[in-house]
Design a binder for this molecule. Structure first.
Ligand SMILES: [Zn+2]
Length: 423
């Protein structure tokens, strides 16, 4: 059936308003699951139940199976089990595939560690609502987006419609350490003609993102040598590497940013007693890379950089640090043509809902959108709500922004898939 776009936006907007308190409660509900990477199962059980009973979707659940994806170039090596991690894929079969194009809304359900918990103003999994904000670990990244994409589809249903083309809601695991959840879903054949990911980067349409790798540097000795005191050499080497990469030629999408590549030393584990000389130190971190760079090559380069720095320090010349890699092995990605029908529709719906033109952005982080664009030729972007303190203390999501994103997603879904009136 034909409904004018302006009418669609009005129609879905009114229904988003009608469902609003329910949507906020849903966000608080999912915000209270401590779904850190590797511990997503309880939240996934809740979502699977919700999507099958409330939303009447066909739901499939499965953990990422490493042997199915290990040979894929997008695979990231893991040192952990997926026993408590399951993807949840909910499908609504299209009522009339000729009415539009198939679509995926995808979000990750895992969150990063809430530490240091003692610095929070609230319990990080209490999802307290204050004014127009909700506070919790992962509430912004990216449970507000999950709520928006699920309630966008709820709006379509409540209005008495079904999608014309096939539509999927994918709730995936382990995005914060690898992206293997999203990869496993795509490799299992859960694909479509386009995908939207409501990662929380302020209602802007992403056209590029950096890649990421994780590294581990181990310095160990049986000698009476304090390895902690040797670490500055390695830390300086990493910072110099960061300077060097940021001064190199880079893709157009990142030309406007002064220092897009960050090398983050995320943890140091060394020593165990004030009077003992530490014999072992382990530093772990993340390094960004530009689209077009091969993660394997970047890994070799970092290893070489560390080795060269160590060779300049007398003791380390004979005790070279071991450099290994685990977790993120992610390429960057950039979309060449941002004026296809997919982008135009998203721009138009954003503009109609917010009364302001859609903006583009290049993300200096990594998201699951890369898999769609790099390996499956499926246009995929991040467009999601706003908030603050992402991965930090007192992380919060902006409710007004979540409401707008819900409207944009509902209107996009209606136009992209086509709508069929339920009998
Ligand atoms: Zn995220």
């Amino acid at each position: 059936m034909q409904v004018e776009k302006t009418d669609i936006v009005q129609l879905v907007s009114a229904q988003v308003e009608a469902n609003w308190e329910e949507e906020v409660k849903f966000l608080q509900k999912i915000g209270r699951f401590p779904s850190e990477s590797g511990n997503e199962k309880a939240l996934q059980s809740y979502l699977a139940h919700y999507l099958s009973t409330e939303m009447k979707m066909e739901v499939n659940r499965f953990p990422p199976d490493v042997k199915d994806i290990a040979a894929h170039p997008g695979f990231s090596p893991v040192e952990w089990s997926y026993a408590e991690s399951e993807n949840v894929i909910a499908t609504a079969k299209g009522a009339d595939p000729a009415a539009g194009y198939s679509l995926i809304f995808q979000g990750h359900v895992d969150v990063v560690s809430p530490e240091p918990v003692s610095m929070w103003s609230y319990d990080p999994f209490s999802a307290v609502r204050e004014g127009g904000k909700i506070y919790a670990r992962g509430i912004l990244d990216m449970k507000a987006g999950l709520a928006a994409m699920i309630f966008a589809y709820k709006v379509i249903q409540d209005l008495g419609y079904r999608p014309g083309a096939d539509f999927m809601i994918q709730c995936v695991v382990d995005e914060e350490r690898t992206g293997n959840g999203a990869l496993a879903a795509l490799e299992a054949g859960y694909t479509a003609e386009a995908a939207l990911i409501p990662e929380p980067f302020g209602q802007k349409v992403s056209t590029a993102q950096l890649g990421s790798i994780w590294f581990r540097i181990t310095l160990e000795t049986a000698e009476e040598v304090n390895v902690i005191e040797k670490l500055p050499v390695l830390i300086n080497a990493l910072k110099q590497y960061e300077d060097d990469v940021n001064e190199r030629e880079r893709p157009d999408a990142f030309k406007e940013q002064s220092r897009p590549i960050e090398v983050c030393i995320g943890s140091i584990d060394a020593g165990d007693f004030p009077s003992n000389v530490p014999k072992k130190a382990v530093m772990e971190g993340r390094a960004g890379l530009f689209p077009g760079q091969n993660p394997a090559v970047v890994k070799d380069e970092i290893k070489e950089w560390i080795t060269q720095a160590a060779m300049k320090e007398e003791w380390m010349t004979h005790h070279l640090p071991e450099v290994t890699f685990f977790g993120f092995h992610a390429e960057g990605a950039a979309i060449e043509n941002d004026q296809t029908a997919f982008f135009q529709l998203l721009d138009e719906m954003h503009e109609k809902v917010t009364n302001s033109p859609a903006q583009r952005q290049a993300l200096n982080i990594t998201t699951d959108a890369r898999f769609f664009n790099l390996y499956y030729d499926i246009p995929a972007v991040c467009y999601g709500p706003t908030g603050g303190n992402i991965h930090g203390v007192d992380e919060w999501a902006d409710l007004e922004s979540m409401k707008e994103v819900t409207k944009v997603y509902a209107a996009f879904l209606a136009e992209w898939c086509g709508l069929i009136k339920k009998e």
